[in-house]
Design a protein around this ligand. Structure first.
Ligand code: ZN
Length: 390
């Protein structure tokens, strides 16, 4: 009974051995290929862990291009382009007027900087005028009211968030302030710093870019003596540290990043005051990632500020004390110089926190020239040419 089974087993065993040898010969190349692929995949996984600890400036394209199946997710980034005061003096109003149509067009202001503005994920500006409508008469300094077409130009240039808390926001009273928000809203521009109704005041505008939720908050030192009705404090966000901190706490519950805009500082002073420094540093210490300032109408050097994180770790934050004028017809020294501040934020997935990764200042200046008997205004990239230096 056992013998036939044994012989059969031997034949089967030999057959399996032969098949195995054949398979080995046929597939030896494939096996080495598979092994090579396996070891490649292993190398890729090791490489892909690099961007998590290295800076993006490494330009480690090879590591970024790999698509191994078990990649660690890369840190996401978001960029913000911030500019200072968008002003609208008398000459600027008329620069865009078309007597044939009775309309205005200000696209020319931003045509040269449009690329830098629109290439950022989010672009922000301070609108230092009102859009109160033709019936309230268009005027420049000292009480500003500008054509709605200024908002069209901001939208066309690529701006997304408009800060409206500044000393000119009540230049056409409550109606002008409310209408300004309506005009911006109709063009898809988000405004922060003023509100039409108590229920509308959220304290912050939140934008999400690549999974990074960025909250923008905005405040002003005052309203040039234009009274804020006592029963309507929501109209204008005034700089009040307790209010700002409360708004920051609330925004921090749903946002990863806090960007606080302050309309503050001394006009025409080219360095920040002690009051500016103290307030900005306190806000950074209490959770703001970036503080943006303007109102002096000239640029003031910004600075990195080291703050302590929740676990006592050192974090780098940034304050731009004054971004200067972005567009204006002002003629005082340096009031025609400004900047586009490019901020790169990074979500560090390993440490689960946001880094202010890079800050780049791109200088700008306002070129004023005559064409067809009228003054024109164009924001140009770069330093103002020496020949025209004030
Ligand atoms: Zn101002």
């Amino acid at each position: 009974m056992g013998r036939p089974w044994r012989r059969g087993g031997m034949i089967a065993g030999a057959a399996i051995l032969v098949i195995f040898v054949f398979l080995s010969i046929f597939y030896i190349d494939s096996f080495t290929g598979i092994f090579a692929k396996f070891s490649d995949a292993f190398r890729q996984i090791k490489n892909d862990t690099k961007p998590a600890t290295a800076t993006m400036d490494d330009g480690d394209k090879a590591a970024k291009d790999l698509h191994a199946p078990h990649n660690l997710p890369e840190n996401s980034t978001a960029t913000i382009a911030a500019v200072g005061d968008v002003m609208m003096h008398e000459g600027q109003i008329w620069s865009g007027y078309d007597s044939k149509t009775g309309r205005y067009n200000y696209f020319e202001f931003f045509q040269e900087v449009k690329g830098e503005i629109s290439s950022a994920d989010i672009a922000v500006a301070n609108l230092e005028t009102t859009l109160g409508g033709r019936e309230r008469k268009f005027t420049g300094y000292p009480r500003f009211n500008s054509p709605d077409e200024l908002a069209d130009a901001l939208k066309e240039a690529g701006f997304d968030v408009i800060f409206t808390s500044n000393n000119h926001c009540l230049d056409r009273g409550e109606e002008g302030l409310v209408r300004t928000l309506e005009v911006l809203g109709k063009r898809g521009l988000s405004a922060v710093g003023t509100s039409r109704a108590a229920g509308e005041r959220t304290g912050a505008i939140i934008k999400e870019i690549n999974g990074i939720k960025i909250a923008f908050l905005a405040y002003t030192y005052g309203t040039n003596g234009n009274p804020i009705p006592k029963d309507k404090p929501y109209l204008v966000n005034l700089i009040d540290e307790d209010t700002i901190l409360k708004d920051m706490t609330k925004a921090g519950k749903s946002a990863d990043v806090l960007v606080v805009y302050l309309h503050f500082g001394q006009e025409y002073q080219r360095v920040a005051s002690e009051q500016q420094r103290e307030l900005a540093r306190r806000l950074l210490q209490k959770g703001a990632h970036v503080v943006l300032g303007s109102h002096p109408h000239v640029t003031q050097p910004g600075e990195w500020v080291s703050v302590l994180g929740p676990e006592g770790e050192k974090l780098e934050r940034y304050v731009a004390y004054s971004l200067g004028n972005f567009v204006s017809a002002q003629r005082f020294p340096h009031t025609d110089e400004g900047m586009i501040l490019k901020i790169t934020l990074e979500k560090d997935l390993l440490k689960n926190r946001i880094n202010v990764k890079t800050i780049i200042q791109i200088p700008t200046w306002v070129d004023k020239f005559k064409r067809d008997g009228r003054m024109r205004y164009v924001v140009r990239l770069g330093e103002k040419p020496d020949a025209h230096k004030n």
